[in-house]
Design a protein around this ligand. Structure first.
Ligand SMILES: CCCCCCCC/C=C\CCCCCCCCCCCCCCCC(=O)SCCNC(=O)CCNC(=O)[C@H](O)C(C)(C)COP(=O)(O)OP(=O)(O)OC[C@H]1O[C@@H](n2cnc3c(N)ncnc32)[C@H](O)[C@@H]1OP(=O)(O)O
Ligand SMILES: Cc1cc2nc3c(=O)[nH]c(=O)nc-3n(C[C@H](O)[C@H](O)[C@H](O)COP(=O)(O)OP(=O)(O)OC[C@H]3O[C@@H](n4cnc5c(N)ncnc54)[C@H](O)[C@@H]3O)c2cc1C
Length: 602
């Protein structure tokens, strides 16, 4: 119910309090991150910790890190990541802001040459950040060397006013009433602003005192390293958001009753309807699947980072493909699922007090920020096409594409499934996912020379990423899992995750010849049985996420199931209910009613 200004101020207050507690309690970085999660409101700190600090860590020299990170870690400065412009977001190489080296003063001149070169979107830029890593075209000795990162001070550390030559503001209200409106996404124009040469982030490339451009012996893609890092964290965010929505919808589904009473008996819990289960349980399974793949992705990222430190860049393309692909598939599925959970809760799901509208509005932009999901999947397609051509020339693929090495078998195999029970076999499931992904990638690679099709590449990328998620779920189940019967429940969810994808993408599986129509219908039959088996434990499976009522913020998703009293209480909190007769009655309602009354008496 807060206005934009109040909401923004509230975010500042919460962030300042969280930082105070972080310091007082000597929280570790991991604990401090958890604190941000509990605050649960997008704010400038996200950009400071998730992008500004990592950008300096990844692209700054040791000296630069020492200088800037020392201040950033103590919150003496607040930073953001200023890459996107009004005219270009996806196409990073198309950015227009310039950083022209002036050897006479040993400075860069930072400038926005056009309206479309205005920085547009960076979180925290609008009203909060004192500093930013600004991405701009480096020009020296008259030559344009493309996009590089620069540290800029934006606002005075004394009175917070923008420094000379810098025009900054907020870009305006965003989707939803609360949601991302707590964040001051900003616009910035630079008018020949001078910064010292040593504020260019110089780990990947340097400009010498004389103005000579020198590139280090590291891949230039490391410039995109911060985005790889954040995409990896977004997968974990998506799984959390999805599990919150599912928790609300499952708990409410167990409370809500409609129809089906026989001889005056109780009505049916909506969760018992098969249609409700077939819409909802795939989301429950996806929430677990995304959590497991997110844990694996975190491991992959750490592994790649360690390799990069010892100058082994071999796994960088795979890390890019995995983070880009998983970020896309998990955030798109999550946004769709939250919206569907709202429908699964009927009319009450549309109320703000259900918690679902806010959850949707906060998570929807994850499909766009940190790389539009379609653009990122096209990057995965590019990686797959390269891998296919390497396999064709005899190179053995590794990591998540290792299955492509089994090309002879996977291009021809027919699924071994013959009965409904056969679809319980993880090896049978994995084989059809591998065969589908490989065949789609190979078909796309073969067609590229004839008529390049973006959609074919996109679909092949989706198939590959879904294979990764299914595989990581299956691998998780090979680990020791504590708790009586827990593994069995997870096996059922794994089955649901994989089989619902076969159901959804049956066209792909049929057209690539991986499964027959009969096998497809056996998969559906198996899926129906799994839904029935999961139903008795559905509430326990969402309770296992261990969310407090406060964190869930939903009248429908309450742990105690006392949904109706909660909805009733929430309704009375609405400002419209502060007075019995509404504001506006005297000016607009009363005269109207009186006039109609007069007319009717004539
Ligand atoms: C004591 C301690 C106290 C600590 C206290 C802590 C307190 C804690 C408080 C808070 C913590 C917060 C908790 C964390 C919670 C997480 C919250 C998450 C919130 C997120 C907020 C997000 C904000 C959003 C920010 C943004 O959106 S930033 C902007 C993002 N922009 C994009 O993503 C742009 C997308 N476009 C691109 O990436 C590129 O343009 C492109 C599409 C990849 C194309 O690139 P290019 O033009 O160069 O073309 P290509 O020719 O296609 O590529 C060339 C080759 O490069 C390869 N490539 C491309 N990208 C990469 C990459 N990233 N890595 C590696 N390689 C890459 C590509 O494959 C090509 O290779 P080739 O071999 O085929 O040539
Ligand atoms: C809430 C939010 C926070 C953000 N925070 C930041 C931030 O802190 N810092 C920052 O720098 N940026 C930030 N951004 C910007 C964000 O990174 C960009 O919006 C994003 O990268 C998408 O770029 P775009 O807006 O240019 O979309 P566009 O590329 O213009 O996309 C428009 C449409 O075109 C399609 N499209 C584009 N290129 C292709 C292609 N090659 N092939 C096929 N289809 C294509 C897309 O799929 C999409 O449907 C934020 C954005 C949002 C929404």
């Amino acid at each position: 119910m807060l206005s934009r200004k109040e909401l923004f101020k509230d975010t500042l207050k919460k962030a300042a309090h969280a930082w105070k507690r972080t310091v007082e309690l000597h929280l570790t970085e991991e604990e401090a991150n958890l604190l941000r999660l509990y605050i649960d409101q997008p704010g400038y700190v996200d950009l400071h910790w998730v992008m500004f600090v990592p950008a300096i860590k990844g692209q700054g020299t040791e000296e630069q890190q020492k200088k800037w990170l020392t201040m950033a870690y103590k919150f003496q400065i607040i930073g953001t990541y200023a890459q996107t412009e009004l005219g270009h977001g996806s196409n990073v190489q198309g950015l227009e802001t310039t950083a022209t080296f002036d050897p006479s003063t040993d400075e860069f001149i930072m400038h926005s040459p056009t309206l479309t070169s205005s920085k547009w979107w960076p979180g925290g830029l609008g009203k909060t950040s004192t500093h930013a890593v600004v991405y701009a075209r480096l020009i020296t000795e008259g030559k344009d060397y493309g996009i590089h990162g620069f540290i800029m001070q934006l606002r005075s550390l004394d009175d917070h006013s923008p420094l000379p030559g810098i025009t900054i503001g907020d870009i305006g209200g965003k989707f939803g009433s609360g949601a991302y409106n707590s964040m001051d996404n900003g616009v910035m124009r630079l008018d020949h602003v001078r910064i010292p040469r040593d504020q260019m982030l110089m780990r990947l490339a340097q400009v010498t005192r004389e103005g000579k451009y020198v590139h280090s012996d590291v891949p230039k893609q490391l410039l995109y390293g911060t985005m790889v890092y954040v995409r990896q964290t977004i997968v974990a965010d998506a799984s959390r958001a999805l599990s919150r929505a599912v928790c609300i919808a499952v708990r409410y589904g167990a409370i809500r009753k409609q129809f089906g009473s026989k001889a005056g008996g109780p009505e049916t819990q909506v969760l018992n309807y098969k249609t409700q289960q077939s819409r909802l349980f795939p989301f429950l399974a996806s929430a677990y699947a995304f959590r497991f793949v997110g844990q694996w992705l975190k491991w992959l990222y750490t592994d790649v980072t360690q390799k990069l430190e010892s100058k082994d860049f071999s796994t960088l393309p795979e890390a890019h493909a995995c983070t880009a692909g998983l970020k896309s598939v998990t955030t798109s599925a999550t946004a769709d699922a939250i919206e569907e959970c709202q429908k699964l809760c009927g009319g009450h799901g549309y109320l703000n007090s259900s918690g679902l509208p806010e959850l949707f509005a906060v998570n929807l932009p994850a499909c766009t920020y940190e790389g539009d999901n379609v653009v990122l999947l096209l990057q995965v397609a590019r990686f797959l096409m390269k891998t296919v051509s390497q396999v064709a020339s005899g190179k053995q693929p590794v990591g998540t594409t290792a299955y492509m090495g089994n090309i002879q078998h996977l291009m021809q195999c027919k699924s071994v499934v013959n009965t409904v029970e056969d679809w319980l076999n993880p090896a049978a499931i994995k084989e059809v996912f591998e065969a589908r992904a490989l065949r789609m990638a190979v078909n796309c690679a073969q067609n590229i020379s004839k008529a390049p099709s973006q959609e074919e590449g996109f679909e092949a990328a989706v198939a590959h990423v879904q294979l990764i998620i299914v595989t990581k779920f299956i691998e998780k189940l090979q680990e020791d899992i504590l708790g009586h019967g827990v593994k069995e429940q997870l096996q059922k969810l794994c089955g649901i995750y994989a089989l619902h994808l076969i159901h959804k993408h049956l066209g792909d599986f049929l057209s690539t010849g991986c499964v027959t129509a009969r096998q497809g219908s056996l998969a559906n039959e198996r899926l129906g049985k799994l839904y029935a088996q999961v139903r008795p434990n559905a509430v326990a499976l969402v309770d296992a996420f261990d969310y407090t009522d406060h964190y869930l913020g939903s009248a429908l998703g309450r742990y105690d199931g006392d949904v109706y009293s909660a909805l009733y209480k929430e309704a009375w909190k609405d400002p419209l209910n502060e007075t019995v007769v509404p504001d506006g009655y005297q000016e607009h309602l009363r005269p109207l009613l009186k006039q109609q009354l007069k007319l009717s008496r004539l």
